[in-house]
Write a protein that binds this ligand. Sequence first.
Ligand code: PLP
Length: 409
Amino acid sequence: MTKQMKECMMRNPHTDIVHAGEEIRNPYGSVTTPIVQTVNFYFHDTTELEEYYKEKKDLTDLGKERYPRFKYGRTGNPTQQTAEKKLAAIEGGEAALLTSSGMSAVTAALLDLLSAGDHLVIVGDPYFHIKEFVDRYLSRWGIRADYVPINDFAAMEQAVRPNTKVVFAETPTNPHLRVIDLAKSAAFCKERGLIFIVDSTFATPYNLRPLEYGADLVIHSATKFMSGHNDVIAGAVIGRAEHIVRMRESLEIMGGTIQPTIAYWVIRGLKTMGLRMDRHNETSMRVAEFLHKHSKVKAVYFPGLPSHPDHEIAKAQMRGFGGVVTFEVETLEQARKVVDAMSIPKIASSLGGVESLISVTAMSAMAYYFMTPEQRRERAIPEGMIRFSIGIEDPEDILADLEQALEQI
Ligand SMILES: Cc1ncc(COP(=O)(O)O)c(C=O)c1O
């Protein structure tokens, strides 16, 4: 059996996450994927250049993804390509596109799929810059969106129009950590010929693989759990090659290409994603249970708790419930006191890294600058809400830190 055949037989995600997509033989016998830090790839003669163009055109015409070689850095790089092969393998997709941020993954996907006058349905509460992109920018081309509550299929039915092209959902959502019923949503979209996109940033392909449930495309902010160390901004779209090849072309034009060094950092981060997610999953479950029983905590939002509205869906779909726990104390003043009193998590708005981060939701940029208290209430963002992205620190230390912080109120 060749090493390649052995690789194909690997099934355990921990093994796939480490090895999938990477070459068996790297230059110089390097164990790690090389960072190919170049803008240009040269050709020995003009015949070679001509063959490159022909092969690229043939593959693109066939909807096939992989270019045989590279030409100019904005249109692809070997380190990026390796990261993409790994992402496609672990997400269970045909092809992947790695981008310079989660937002460039979202914009490349939506700009490729939608044309003037089209309509999309957005399920739940998307990340606020996605909402901004749709409402402030896509609307300039007459592309409109309707927002529907998660898992409300009657509302979805009502929202769909003859010009609807795309259904976009995030799961779990931020900050309420609602979980969409993927199989039901994918079937709904298939029956109506709609493209179903899932932003699975909070889940990661370790905890959830939306393509297996019938989603057409998966999007990630690879900035979060995928890279996992609060040191990289990156994004990804994964799905069928026919989609990815077109999105790659639009990204080449729009310029959201990832740098080779950053692509390497994504590969580096991904290698420990399985281990990190096991730890995130375990500690966040313990934190959620602790908070659920605490007398000063008004509510806990975590899909691992039986009290969560989507617990049964999450249990059936997900390997683990993720590393974010949202909870609520009585008032904004109390929330600020708890957050200020904690010593392990840093006050910061991102999530998904080895370092714990915490934020008062009503003081997030969106809620603080753009929403009145009434609007926050409408969007179910209580003043006392806290979002805790739980890192890989010792679980006992995290629980003790929470305990002492809650004693301050
Ligand atoms: C669910 C989700 N999708 C997309 C994004 C955008 O990702 P990035 O910050 O990498 O552009 C974010 C960022 O917080 C996010 O939370």
